[in-house]
Design a protein around this ligand. Structure first.
Ligand SMILES: Nc1ncnc2c1ncn2[C@@H]1O[C@H](COP(=O)(O)OP(=O)(O)O)[C@@H](O)[C@H]1O
Ligand SMILES: N[C@@H](CCOP(=O)(O)O)C(=O)O
Length: 329
């Protein structure tokens, strides 16, 4: 479970005293999540989320993350809205950690998304990209292609213990990315981790996006590739073209792709698979087995990478060029 820092009732009540949120009724740690400590707060004013930022999050990035959620929420995207204290600050300090309070988003995430839900996610992702255009702060992607080789090097010696031949396979892919990663595609602020556990649905409708803590500036179509990989494969590892078509058509209904973004999709999807393969591989080899965070299997993303390597044309994802580029440029 992801509650790394304990908070006493006394400290929390003192912290909340700076906000117009009434008095504390109850609070409890939330088991889900990996990076930060999250608590469900009930006060006489309502229900909120309290986040304490842990060591893996760089303090200098917090104005970007908190400002982004505020910027998106103000533009009508359903996501947590940071609550300001009476002095106007959205970021405070609690139990020795940077801390912020957010509005509570109702809904639940889905383990078996339907094509309709995939479409709704595509629509929301594109709305996020459009709404973030005017966001004034930038953040470099700390897990961009240039960061993959150092990450891989830190676990290369043990990669073959996870899957025989994995080192050679990763090496070959990295060399290809280093030579051929697409340049000159439209960039902007991307979510970079829009997995099913970061999207809530309520009464059949998408009710909001959470967890913007990997958000950064990068290729917009790369975010589409990450999302496609997270939503459109079945538990048996097969690509579900119906879900893929739904997700991409939802996305392009808001933001049509440029032809070169469409053509780059197979490479971007392979790259997205490599990014999650590597972070999972690193955690698989380095996070102790008795840690309270459940490690995710890197081989799931190895299988996805192999699928994308076999894709010759972006049409294999479910839509042809004319359908996704209509209205672009
Ligand atoms: N604004 C919110 N409204 C409702 N639940 C939330 C909200 N923010 C976080 N949560 C809950 O906390 C959990 C962990 O949040 P998340 O941002 O994914 O954490 P982490 O960054 O540590 O991975 C989510 O799965 C969700 O259950
Ligand atoms: N989505 C990543 C892990 C990040 O977890 P989150 O709880 O912060 O969404 C993966 O599946 O590897």
């Amino acid at each position: 479970m992801a509650v790394y820092t304990d908070v006493t009732e006394q400290d929390l009540a003192a912290f909340l005293g700076r906000y117009d949120l009434g008095s504390l009724s109850s609070y409890k740690g939330i088991a889900e999540g990996v990076e930060n400590s999250n608590f469900l707060l009930r006060t006489t004013a309502g229900t909120y989320i309290l986040t304490l930022y842990e060591k893996r999050v760089n303090r200098g990035d917090l104005p970007f993350f908190i400002g982004l959620m505020e910027h998106l929420a103000e533009r009508g995207l359903s996501c947590p809205l940071p609550v300001h204290d009476r002095s106007g600050n959205a970021l405070g300090e609690l139990a020795g950690r940077p801390a912020a309070v957010f509005t509570f988003l109702d809904g639940m995430w889905t383990r078996r998304p339907s094509p309709e839900q995939c479409r709704a996610v595509g629509v929301s992702l594109a709305r996020m990209h459009e709404s973030a255009r005017s966001f004034p702060i930038a953040r470099r992607n700390g897990l961009a292609p240039a960061d993959w080789r150092p990450l891989y090097d830190s676990c290369a010696g043990r990669a073959d213990t996870v899957e025989p031949g994995l080192s050679a396979e990763i090496e070959a892919e990295l060399a290809d990315f280093e030579a051929n990663w697409p340049a000159d595609l439209p960039e902007g602020v991307i979510h970079a981790d829009l997995f099913p556990d970061n999207v809530f649905f309520l009464a059949g409708e998408l009710s909001g996006l959470i967890d913007f803590y990997f958000a950064c500036n990068d290729l917009l179509a790369y975010d589409l590739a990450i999302t496609l990989g997270a939503w459109c494969f079945e538990p048996d590892g097969s690509y579900n073209v119906t879900k893929g078509r739904a997700l991409i058509s939802g996305y392009v209904s808001v933001r049509p792709l440029a032809p070169r973004e469409y053509e780059a999709l197979p490479m971007l999807c392979r790259g997205a698979s490599m990014r999650f393969l590597l972070t999972r591989l690193y955690d698989w080899l380095n996070v102790p087995d008795d840690s309270f965070v459940t490690k995710k299997d890197p081989r799931e993303y190895l299988r996805k990478l192999r699928f994308h390597r076999g894709v010759r044309e972006a049409s294999a994802y479910g839509l042809d060029r004319a359908e996704v580029t209509k209205g672009s440029e």
